[in-house]
Design a protein around this ligand. Structure first.
Ligand code: ATP
Ligand code: MG
Length: 252
């Protein structure tokens, strides 16, 4: 293996740092090789939106916080990328929302599932659910395998960086889905109840802070936030931001 020292003074230090975390995730059997390319797609969109959290993401974060606080049974779905990038933040989110963590993998294997559970426990999680014999109808990928105690009986599911098929079917089952996806055009982003178009790394601390800010707000006000939220305009604003930025950069 080629050894290199990552210098903090490198202009792309953070990007390189998170790529190294994912590479380590692959070496530790947590992240799939395909997860690396999925991250690359996210990085490309992040580059285009200017690598910052915009007001459309803030709006979605507020709605997501209210929705999670109102939820009777929230579940946080984790995959190999989120486990490698933000395990501690996901554990914190589970604590502040009293949500269950559940592993759900596209490129699934029992071995990787076990590695992810062990890694979350090492990072401080008490319980991490894994799929049992429960299935989401009409999903053809491995993601159809879920946990009875988790996604099957959840009312709100936080599904960052994941796939459109499952999001669509979970919504058909009457559940609310919150996603974090830098690509506003992905099926997940398009189908979710709340789409936070932001990098999961920037967005999780903001979501946790918003939950802490709203946690003493009464139910009526929280319901008001959720009711007035509209996802479509938020996705449109993300697309307009891409458009505006490219137009400005191209000197028009
Ligand atoms: P869909 O199945 O919803 O159509 P997809 O097939 O385009 O999506 P997937 O590989 O299923 O993409 O999911 C990965 C998604 O996660 C991509 O849309 C990518 O932009 C996004 N993504 C990757 N890394 C990050 C990150 N760090 N923060 C936020 N989003 C990310
Ligand atoms: Mg997909």
């Amino acid at each position: 293996m080629i050894k290199y020292i990552l210098s903090k003074s490198h202009p792309r230090y953070l990007s390189l740092y998170y790529r190294d975390l994912l590479a380590k995730g692959v070496r530790n059997g947590i992240t799939s090789l395909q997860g690396l390319t999925a991250h690359g797609r996210g990085e490309a969109f992040d580059y285009l939106i200017g690598e910052k959290t915009h007001s459309f993401a803030q709006k979605a974060i507020e709605a997501a916080a209210a929705m999670l606080l109102l939820s009777r049974k929230p579940v946080i779905s984790v995959n190999g990328n989120t486990a490698a990038l933000v395990p501690k933040e996901l554990i914190k989110l589970a604590q502040v929302t009293k949500a269950k963590l559940e592993v759900n993998l596209f490129h699934s294997s029992k071995k990787r599932e076990r590695a992810i559970v062990a890694y979350f426990k090492k990072c401080g999680a008490r319980e991490v659910l894994t799929p049992d014999k429960t299935i989401i109808p009409n999903v053809t990928s491995n993601r159809k395998h879920i946990s009875q105690a988790g996604q099957k009986t959840a009312d709100v599911i936080f599904i960052p960086l994941e796939d459109g098929d499952r999001t669509e079917q979970l919504i058909k089952l009457g559940k609310k889905v919150i996603t974090v996806d830098l690509n506003p055009l992905s099926r997940t982003a398009q189908k979710a109840s709340v789409t936070i178009v932001d990098n999961i790394i920037r967005c999780l601390p903001l979501l946790i802070a918003e939950i802490n800010k709203l946690k003493h707000t009464n139910e009526k006000e929280l319901l008001g936030i959720v009711k007035k939220y509209r996802n479509r305009p938020v996705i449109n604003q993300a697309l307009q931001q891409l458009n505006r930025r490219l137009t400005a950069l191209s000197g028009k």
